[in-house]
Design a protein around this ligand. Structure first.
Ligand code: GLC
Length: 545
């Protein structure tokens, strides 16, 4: 397995990145127009969320044909050009493989519906009557995880939307079909893959009711998942390519196995525990201030645990399913720039491969929508109804969506202060966030003191310093909830990374040795060190031996 420790990945959500033809939707040609911007940032890989033919009920995560480009995004020629143009600039393309399920519009599912047994075995169908669900499992988007097909007298499993039917990975024919998809894109020059909710692919042999939860404990990190991943990697020869698995509600032990090089499964894992520290009672739809101590403990557990087990983390705060980090863990009003930069440094200097989600490098914020008509995301729309059914008022439900909706991360990229933030000449599919005159790329690119410039520095530092890419990690200030601090060491080199997670000043005891260290990076002038270091609001200080 290859080493991706000095690489940085940039995630593109094509629908919201750049629209080249004025239809209000971002497209592949739009991405091509912005490749120099990405090259300037210094990133190595571009992960594109799905652009395959799809009814777009879940914005492309409902794939109807894994080998064709959805005309909304462009053509196969555009994709080939994008691969080539990115390649010429030293960036590799990563595609998003949604292999846990297909759209119900996929040919396989349509054939299953038409009665072909071969294709029914591609999915998870259960005989039954309409009055009795096979199990009480819940879909991750709300409601039951099973849907009845009267014409067949069978239920099918969908862990996500009812139009996303789960594939049956126990069927070797399914595994072979999916391998062919990988080979097809590999042949086209794609350099890596992201595997959507890939730790859910192996379902249990027996399906039973869950009296403790929503069913996830039966299919998460399921019985054959490691075996199937090894087989996929081996048979497609992708062991030297960058591969990242999205791991839903996973465990450290499993992530070590998914990503340790000797296992030959994947190069790294996304896990989400650190992004649940503001879920009250573990429920995404119940608001709570982030529990900073819990956040610190999770970073410590995953960083040191993966280190001990030779696993490899994908480092991230943001993606297309998450609210914007500066609105969530920072202070987008008073300390917008400081907190955006501190949050960036806090994870970019950890052990793992950092991911930047489009717009994060500009400090883009949550959308602050105030009406349900502004939302597009299927999960948000479902939960809005569920919250009202639970007795919440419209105002309360909207407040929850404003903090939690996936649309927060999906608003169009703010390129300029012009019309529609320079994203489209038409009407954007999702409203641009109102602060685009203040927060946009045009303003930041030429400014050496911008958030964008700070990200650029972080990306460059990872390439310059082995201590960042290869160093060991050890946590400091472990009992202090306000400061996330760690030490990185590699041969004779050492870095001390101190991050104030709060909007107040925080004092910490300095190690006397640090007096001789120099400041490598920070988001304020100088270092306030008089034996104690005083960290200013959301300050990040990186000291190098
Ligand atoms: C992943 C994707 C998300 C999608 C879901 C179902 O979590 O990131 O956007 O809705 O899988 O495919």
């Amino acid at each position: 397995m290859a080493d991706f420790s000095s690489k940085v990945v940039y995630q593109i959500y094509p629908k919201s990145f750049m629209d080249s033809n004025g239809d209000g939707l971002g497209d592949l040609k739009g991405i091509i127009q912005k490749l120099d911007y990405l090259k300037n940032l210094g990133v190595d890989y571009l992960w594109l969320t799905p652009v395959f033919v799809s009814p777009q009920n879940d914005n492309g995560y409902d794939v109807a044909d894994y080998r064709s480009i959805d005309p909304r995004f462009g053509t196969m020629a555009d994709m080939e050009e994008l691969i080539r143009e990115a390649d010429q600039r030293g960036m590799g393309l990563m595609l998003d493989m949604v292999f846990n399920h297909t759209s119900t519009e996929h040919e396989w599912f349509q054939k299953a519906l038409a009665g072909e047994e071969k294709y029914q075995n591609y999915y998870i169908f259960r005989e039954g009557t309409p009055d009795k669900l096979p199990t009480n499992w819940q879909s991750k988007f709300g409601g039951p995880a099973w849907e009845y097909v009267p014409s067949l007298g069978k239920w099918y499993l969908h862990l996500f939307d009812v139009t996303q039917a789960d594939l049956n990975w126990d069927n070797p024919e399914v595994r072979d079909e999916l391998k062919k998809v990988i080979l097809y894109w590999k042949e086209k020059g794609v350099k890596g893959f992201r595997f959507d909710v890939v730790n859910l692919i192996s379902k249990p042999e027996r399906f039973e009711d869950d009296y403790e939860g929503d069913g996830r404990r039966f299919y998460t990190d399921g019985p054959h998942v490691h075996e199937y991943l090894k087989e996929l990697t081996r048979d497609t020869g992708i062991d030297d390519m960058i591969t990242v698995g999205e791991m839903s509600s996973t465990t450290l032990e499993n992530c070590i196995r998914y990503s340790a090089p000797e296992e030959k499964e994947l190069s790294m894992c996304f896990s989400f525990h650190h992004l649940k520290v503001d879920y009250k009672d573990g429920d995404k739809w119940k608001l709570m201030e982030p529990d900073r101590m819990a956040l610190k403990k999770l970073f410590e557990k995953w960083q040191t645990g993966m280190q001990e087990g030779h696993g490899w983390n994908a480092l991230f705060w943001c993606n297309h399913d998450q609210p914007r980090t500066v609105s969530r863990f920072g202070d987008e009003k008073k300390y917008w720039k400081e907190s955006a930069e501190m949050l960036a440094a806090s994870i970019h200097l950890m052990r793992g491969t950092p991911y930047i989600f489009q717009g994060e490098e500009l400090g883009m914020t949550n959308a602050h929508y105030t009406s349900i008509s502004q939302y597009r995301d299927v999960e948000s729309l479902n939960y809005y109804k569920i919250l009202l059914d639970q007795g919440k008022t419209e105002k309360e439900a909207l407040e929850i969506l404003a903090a939690r909706s996936r649309d927060n991360g999906r608003t169009p990229i703010q390129w300029t202060e012009g019309r529609n933030a320079g994203f489209t000449e038409g009407t954007p599919w999702l409203e641009v966030t109102a602060n685009y005159r203040k927060i946009n790329a045009e303003k930041q690119i030429g400014d050496s003191d911008s958030i964008y410039a700070f990200y650029k520095k972080l990306v460059a530092l990872r390439k310059e310093k082995d201590v960042i890419s290869r160093g060991s990690i050890d946590f400091l200030e472990k009992e202090n909830p306000d400061v996330l601090a760690y030490k990185r060491e590699y041969e004779e080199n050492e870095l001390i990374v101190l991050n104030n997670l709060t909007s107040g000043e925080v004092k910490i005891q300095a190690d006397p040795a640090w007096a001789g260290y120099h400041k490598l990076l920070g988001n304020y002038e100088g270092v306030q060190n008089d034996g104690c270091i005083t960290l200013r609001p959301f300050e990040t200080v990186v000291l190098e031996k």
